[in-house]
Design a protein around this ligand. Structure first.
Ligand code: ADP
Ligand code: MG
Length: 214
């Protein structure tokens, strides 16, 4: 199945073809339509199977095509377990937002907190970051999530292994409204911590699982 067949905005197809990407991977083929319907989803597939675009494309489609619930608040928040992963996701997102006017910020630990606060004042529609630093900015009221439309947990199993459950719950409370869509990606699903956080953060999730995962 080609990316052309998802009825994505043309502005998203151009950067894909520039990267030489034409055919969706299995997880993309299954997850993108579910996410584009606005449903909550728990998805798993092995490392390297293309999960990043499986959530970035539906998130970008939403931001390009639908009116914001709030002008000021972040619309999409993507959480990853580590700075390195956040940077990788942000790099892929940068290729998709180029030329669209959509703003994205990378908010991870180890970087200057005040510089990040200044970036957040520009009201980016996308925030990509690690749970600890995002939670710190929330506590300092530099991030507003009341109008958040999509919460995406990338590598949820690793985030929980690294002890981020409390931060995930804090972020969930700050973005707690009935219109929010939540997507959870994990390499493994047979994990009681993942099941527990999914039960607390997602509503009637659709499950998409490719192969035996990792
Ligand atoms: P995962 O998150 O499942 O580990 P990534 O999203 O990091 O996987 O993707 C792994 C690699 O596959 C990246 O280099 C990415 O550019 C590439 N990739 C993603 N989707 C496709 C596709 N549809 N066709 C070819 N390569 C792809
Ligand atoms: Mg990944």
């Amino acid at each position: 199945m080609d990316f052309e067949e998802f009825s994505l905005d043309r502005r998203l197809l151009t950067p894909l073809s520039h990267q030489g990407l034409t055919t969706a991977t299995d997880i993309q083929r299954q997850a993108i339509p579910v996410a584009m319907q606005g449903k909550d989803m728990i998805a798993s597939s092995k490392t390297g199977s293309g999960k990043t675009l499986a959530f970035l494309l539906p998130a970008m489609q939403r931001v390009l095509k639908q009116r914001a619930l709030s002008k000021r608040d972040a619309r999409v928040l993507i959480l990853t377990p580590t700075r390195e992963l956040a940077k990788q996701v942000y790099g892929q997102l940068r290729l998709l937002v180029a030329g669209t006017g959509v703003k994205a910020s990378l908010i991870v630990g180890g970087e200057n907190f005040n510089d990040q606060a200044k970036q957040l004042l520009k009201d980016p529609q996308f925030i990509v970051g690690t749970p600890g630093r995002i939670a710190d900015h929330l506590t300092q009221r530099q991030i507003h999530l009341n109008g958040l439309e999509m919460l995406i947990l990338d590598e949820a199993d690793r985030m929980l292994d690294l002890g981020f459950a409390d931060q995930l719950l804090q972020i969930n409370r700050a973005a707690d409204h009935r219109l929010r869509q939540t997507l959870l990606f994990s390499a493994t699903l047979d994990n009681t911590d993942v099941s527990s956080i999914a039960q607390q953060l997602l509503k009637a999730p659709v499950r998409v699982s490719i192969g035996g995962a990792n």
